[in-house]
Ligand binder design. Sequence first.
Ligand code: GLU
Length: 411
Amino acid sequence: MEAQQHDAFANVLAQLTELQAVLKVEENAFTLLQEPKRVVRVAIPVKMDNGAVKVFIGYRSQFNDALGPFKGGIRFHPDVNESEVKALSAWMTWKTALLGLPLGGGKGGIIVDTKTLSAGELERLSRGYIRALYKNFGPEIDVPAPDVYTTPQIMAWMLDEYEVIVGRHQPGTITGKPLTVGGSAGRGPATGRGGALIMKLAAEKMNLPVGSSVAIQGFGNVGAEFALAAIAFGFKIVAVSDSHDAIYNPAGFDVPALMKYKHDTGGVKNFPGSTVCADVLAVEADVLIPAALENSITAQNFGIIKAKLIVEMANGPITPEADKLLADKVIVPDILANAAGVLVSYLEQVQNASNYYWPEEEVVAKMNLLMTDAFNTAWSKMEELKSSFRLAGQAVAVQRVVEAMKARGWC
Ligand code: GLU
C-alpha cells in the first residue's frame, strides 16, 4: 500500500510541487496555496433510537476563498479524516476556478457508515452537523452540497436546520436541494451528464470512433447518470462495478434496465446477460471511468489498465505515482471531468438569489456551454505547456486563484 492512501493531502502537496516547477508562482502565493484557510473539527452528539447518545466526528475544511465563498460537498463515510477533507477542499478550489465560477473551495465530512443509521438518526446527525457549524455557512461565506453518501433529502434537513437557527429563508446556503425547497432542475444528474460530455469532447480530440467501449468503476448516482448520458452519445458501456461486484458484457449494457436492476436488488451482481468480471480496471475497453472513491488506481495496479482514455469522475482516484506511470494515456482530471455538479450548484445559487427558477433545458444549455469552455481552455493550455491534461487544468485554476489573491493584497 502506498503511504498516500492514508494521507490524501500529501497528494495535493505533491501535485502543487509539480505544478510549481512549471508555473513558478511567487513564493508568497505558493506558501498560501499549501494551507487551508480554516479547518474546523466538531463532535456531534446524536440521540440514537435506543436512547443512548453517540458522538460523531465531523469536519469542514475551507481551503481558499479568494475567488468567492467557499463551495463544496459534505461526505458521510467511515474513512473520512482531516487529511481527506483538506485534500478534497483544495481540489474544489481548483475545480471552481477552472470553471471560472465566482467561488472558492471547501469540503466537509462526518465519520459514519450511513447504512447503520435509521432515517431518524440520519436526520438528527445531519441537523447536528449544521448546529455545530452554522456560523461557518451562508451564501456569502461557505455553501455545502451533497457528496459521497449524502443526498438531496439530507440537504433539505440541513437547510431547514440552518433556516430555523438564523430565523429566515436563505436557500442559497446549501445546494443540491430537492426541487421543492429551492433545488435546481438538472442538479441530480449534472455530474454524470457533464462528465459524459467531457468524455465525448476528449474522444473527438483523440479520434476515438463512435461506439467506443467504456468501463465504469462505481455505479452510484454519478456512475449511473454518466452511463445513461454516454449511451445517448453513442458509447457502449461494457463493464460496470459497484462496491462488491463487477460485471461484463462486450455487447454493451441496457443502462436503464441495469439502473432499475441495481435499484431493485441493491447491486449489479448477476444482471441478466452479464458475466462476472474479475477487475473492472483490467477490462478491454477504450475508456475507463473511475467513479468510486479516491486512490483506486495506484502504482501497484496501474499496469492492468488497457483503456487509452481515463475520465476521473471520482475525486482523486489516481495517486500521483500512478498518474506518472500512466503518462501514455489521456487522463481527464477530476477537477474538469466531474465539475458539472458544482457548476449546476452555482446555477442553483443564482436561481435562489434571484428567486426565479429556470426549466431544465436552460440549466443544461448553460452547463454544456461552460463545461465545453473549460474543456477547451484546459486542452489549449495542455498544448501550450506540452504537459499532462491534469497539470494544464490545475495550472489554469491555480493561476486564477493566485491572481485573485494578489488583487486582494494577500501576497
Ligand atoms: N461534491 C461535489 C463535488 O465534489 C459537488 C460539490 C458542490 O456542488 O458544491 O464537486
